[in-house]
Design a protein around this ligand. Structure first.
Ligand SMILES: [Zn+2]
Length: 130
């Protein structure tokens, strides 16, 4: 499965794939749930099959994840703080939780976020800077 960034209700979604390794349905569902939870707004994060064809009509949007997997593996560890590319201030990194099959939640470093100006941004994946 793959995850796409698409629009929530518009006829011109300008969809794009999120650059992540191939994953099973459970992982894709969990990651898209976290993205929709932590990055609410007009964009929607949707799990699709590997052969999904993007609808790319519409204005180009800023790519959220700009590094490929090889580059991500060489990236620095994300740590607990980040120097914000928007405001140049230091922000704390927040992490999500993984929900186990029995409903128990455990801390997960799969996705790291920071908050700037009331909006949340992705800082890292799997403990690595993006
Ligand atoms: Zn900031």
């Amino acid at each position: 499965m793959k995850i796409i960034e698409t629009d929530n209700g518009s006829g011109y979604p300008d969809e794009k794939f999120i650059n992540l390794p191939r994953m099973n349905e459970e992982a894709a569902g969990a990651i898209s749930d976290v993205l929709n939870n932590k990055l609410p707004g007009k964009r929607l994060w949707k799990m699709v099959k590997d052969d999904y064809i993007l609808n790319t009509i519409g204005p180009p949007n800023k790519t959220i994840l700009r590094r490929n997997n090889d580059e991500l593996g060489k990236s620095d560890n994300i740590g607990e703080i980040i120097k914000c590319p928007n405001c140049q201030q230091i922000h704390n990194i927040e992490y999500g939780e993984q929900v186990l099959k029995d409903g128990t939640k455990i801390p997960s470093k799969l996705l790291g976020f920071y908050t700037c100006g009331g909006a949340k941004y992705i800082a890292g994946i799997n403990g690595k800077k993006i």
